[in-house]
Design a binder for this molecule. Sequence first.
Ligand code: UDP
Length: 384
Amino acid sequence: MKKQIDILIIGAGISGSVLAERYAKAGKKVLIIEKRDHIAGNCYDYIDENNILVSKYGAHLFHTNEEEVWEYINRFNNWYPWEHKVIARVDDKTVPIPVNITTVNTLFNTNISTEAEMKAWLDAHKSDIPNPENGEEAVLSKVGPVLYDKMFKHYTKKQWDKYPIELDASVLNRIPVRYNYDDRYFSDKYQALPEGGYTKVFEKILDHPNIDVLLNIDYFDVQDEYSGYEKIFYTGPIDRFFEFKHSLIEKLEYRSINFVSETRDQEYFQENSVVNYPGIEVPYTRIVEYKHFGNQKSDKTTIVKEFTVDEGDPYYPVPNPRNQEIYSKYKEEADKLEDVYFVGRLANYKYFNMDQAFKNALDLFKELEPTFVEEESETTNEVV
Ligand code: UDP
């Protein structure tokens, strides 16, 4: 007999898993259909042949200022503090990114030591652009043309196959500029990694008798069999959903990453977890050495070079006015559907960080189920 299912969710990443957990707690029977052979979406990680916890789809560094999200994720695992740092190889030198006092002193042989001096240096170099309208203007208005050229222009071209001028200012504004020595990549209040990895977190989120997960199933192959639910949550690329019906609307652009993994027979390959290569001398954007995360031990090391490409699993929406316009046409179609909700980075075509994806899913649930009240004991990670 076919099991009674109330809620169908397509995709077992952050958005799908959070909604599954919420609806399961609210007493609904939930089925998740996942195309890949694993849960956790792009957060998926595993122990590799060198006994190192690695992420299959690139390093994931959790950071948030959202109390609600921080409280929520702590229900499912222990998270240890981890302040991510990134260095970049520029002109045969190694500098912190985001740009800070050390970055400028190293690249320009200056002797800046105070915030006032750093501000004066930036004021003297940055371009006067009051309302930056694209990625290039955003960077020029903060650091000026020399640092733009050395650290942002070519990295962005490698990452997006577009120059910053072809992208929204928001893309480049993800990277702040520091007037001090702060070399952390993020400034958020909470910065942490899950003990044992992200996959464990998702296992715990989905560990509820009301949740079933079917892996290796592409929803579009089986959608006729899966109908008649109270609600459907779709977390895949929005244009794929409408591909069959609305081929007149153009396809949205996405960027994918080709992860090239190598084992090195040495303790460490590089001095930091992530080293960026913003220049044109190498084709990859960065090298990630996973054993640095959580100070893992192994005789060998795994490094992963990231080559950003057009084809492959869509990881990044490409934020610019043209894509936004195409997206709005899909959104119009999506809004016409009853009881089908589009949620997450690919379905909303938004460059969400992890915490924003959690928040978005939690907010959607609250909006749809305003009367749901969680029992007090369920919000604490019980220790027995
Ligand atoms: N970026 C850059 N140089 C760098 C790092 C980042 O030009 O060394 C630009 C680039 O356009 C990138 C954007 O800043 O896409 C945002 O970087 P972030 O590290 O947030 O990207 P993600 O971690 O999502 O790949």
